[in-house]
Design a protein around this ligand. Structure first.
Ligand code: NI
Length: 177
């Protein structure tokens, strides 16, 4: 399909809550999902939400393959979530570095729930079995769900000293991911 233009922080559409998907299995929805995967892959992202390409629907994709260069990053199966609902499993919160394709070349330390359960629909309106996840997987899902509510990760940073350009923050490593 197509690699779409990414909206970047500052664009007001990224602050606009997205609407529930009501029509499933349409050619438009299939095209949207393919474009999200194509655009995410082109930018080597781990997740991408529809509002980031200017579509105000509650849809996002995510996933990452195991990479020999980054053994600390766990594999996440490539997944589409439509109208997702998140439910933290406890109050435990974990703070670590996060990036976003709408905020290129930057990273910040963001608090996220460690343990999470989520439900959603797939493209055919089949409910996805509730999944309990933790760590990086849980973080990615929370980050992408935030995009559907018009929230970007800098809004959640508690200490802005831990926010900046990746190559300044990690001069020896480059990007953390
Ligand atoms: Ni993002």
């Amino acid at each position: 399909m197509a690699i779409r233009t990414l909206l970047r922080i500052g664009h007001p559409f990224l602050l606009t809550p997205a609407k529930l998907v009501t029509r499933f299995d349409t050619s438009q929805l299939h095209d949207l999902v393919q474009d999200l995967f194509d655009t995410m892959e082109a930018h080597q992202g781990v997740g991408l939400a529809a509002p980031q390409i200017g579509v105000g629907l509650r849809v996002f994709v995510f996933g990452i393959k195991a990479h020999p260069k980054y053994p600390q990053i766990e594999e996440i199966p490539f997944t589409v979530l439509i109208n997702p609902v998140l439910e933290p499993l406890d109050k435990e919160v974990d703070e670590t570095w996060e990036g976003c394709l709408s905020i290129p070349e930057m990273h910040g330390i963001v608090p996220r729930y460690t343990h999470l359960r989520y439900s959603a629909y797939d493209i055919h309106r089949v409910p996805i079995a509730k999944r309990e996840v933790s760590g990086f997987h849980a973080r990615v899902v929370q980050h992408e769900c935030d995009h559907l509510d018009g929230i970007l990760y800098p809004h959640r940073i508690r200490d802005l000293r831990f926010f900046g350009y990746s190559d300044e923050l990690f001069p020896d490593k480059g990007k953390t991911r």
